[in-house]
Design a protein around this ligand. Sequence first.
Ligand code: NAP
Length: 313
Amino acid sequence: MAELSRQHGDALPFDRLAIIGIGLIGSSIALAARRFALARRVVLFDISEEVRREAALLGLGDEIASSFAECVRDADVVIICVPVGACGAVAAEIAPHLRQGAIVSDVGSVKSAVIKSVVECLPAHARFVPAHPVAGTENSGPASGFPSLFVNRWCILTPPHGADADAVSRIRAFWEGVGANVEIMSADHHDLVLAVTSHLPHLIAYNIVGTADDLQSVTQSEVIKFSAGGFRDFTRIAASDPTMWRDVFLHNKDAVLEVLARFNEDLSALARAIRWGEGDKLFELFSRTRAIRRGIVSQGQETAEPDFGRRKL
Ligand code: NAP
C-alpha cells in the first residue's frame, strides 16, 4: 500500500487535488489522500457554507476554498463528489477555470447519465475519467468520512471511448493508492451491474421500512421494539442519504426498472411456492443464497460478524 511503500523524497502522484462536495465520499478521499501521501496539496469546496465551516473545523485537507474557481484553479486533478444529479452543474461551474490538461473525475453511483451531463460541459483540454468507488456507509456529511473507507473495496472506472490513457492510469494509481482494487468496464455495464447489487437492494430496503411504518395494525413503537435482525439490517440501508438515492434512481431509471421487473417476477414465484406448500423450492433458493453470502465473506468484502462488524459497542 502507498502508505507503506512511499519513500521519503518520492514525487507525489498529484500536485494539487481539488475535491468538490465535502460529504462522506469527498471527506474520505481528502483524508485518504493525506494518509497515503497521494497529493502535495488537497483543496476542498462545497456549495454549503455550513459544510465548508465544518470541514475547516475538522481540518479536512490543506485548504477550504470559497468558490468553485478558487478550488480548481491550478489543480492537476479535480474529483467531483456531489449527488449524481448535480454533477453536470458542477462541471459547468468549474469548466472555465480548469488548467490546461487537468484531469477531472467523479465518484457518482451512476455512470452513463453522469458522463453525458459532465462531458457536454467540460472544455476539450480537460481529461475526464469517470469513477465509482463501491464503498460507503449510510452516513453523510463531512464528519462521516474516514481514510480507510476504500481499503479492499472496488473502484470501477468507466472511461469513455478515446479517453486519455495517461489520465486513466493516473486515476487508477490514485484509487490503488488509497487501497482500492480497480476494475474497468463500460458505463452501461456498470449501471446494470450496480442496479442489481446496490440500487435494487436500496429500493427494497426503502420500500420494506416504509411499508412497516405504514402498517396500521402494528404501532411504530412495536416495529422498533421488536425489530429483529432482518428488519434492523433493512433500516440501516434505508437510512442512506435521501438526496443521493433520489438522484441514483432518477438517473439509472432504465436499468433499475429492468431489474425490478425481474425481481417482481421472482417474488411472485416465491409467493406461489408458499401458497402451494412447495417447501423444496424455498429450501433450494435459501441454500443457494446462503452460499452467495459465504462467498462474499470469504472474498473479504464483508465480515461474518452478526452486525457485519459495523458497530463495536
Ligand atoms: P453527501 O455526504 O450527501 O455529500 C454530498 C455533498 O455535496 C454535500 O455536502 C452537498 O451539500 C454537496 N453538494 C451538493 N450539490 C453540490 C453542488 N452543486 N456543488 C458543490 N457541492 C454540492 O454524499 P456522498 O455520500 O458523499 O455522495 C457523493 C457522491 O458519491 C454521489 O454522487 C454518490 O452517488 C457517490 N457515492 C456515494 C456512496 C455512499 O455510499 N454514500 C458510495 C459511492 C459513491 P448539501 O448537503 O448542502 O446539499
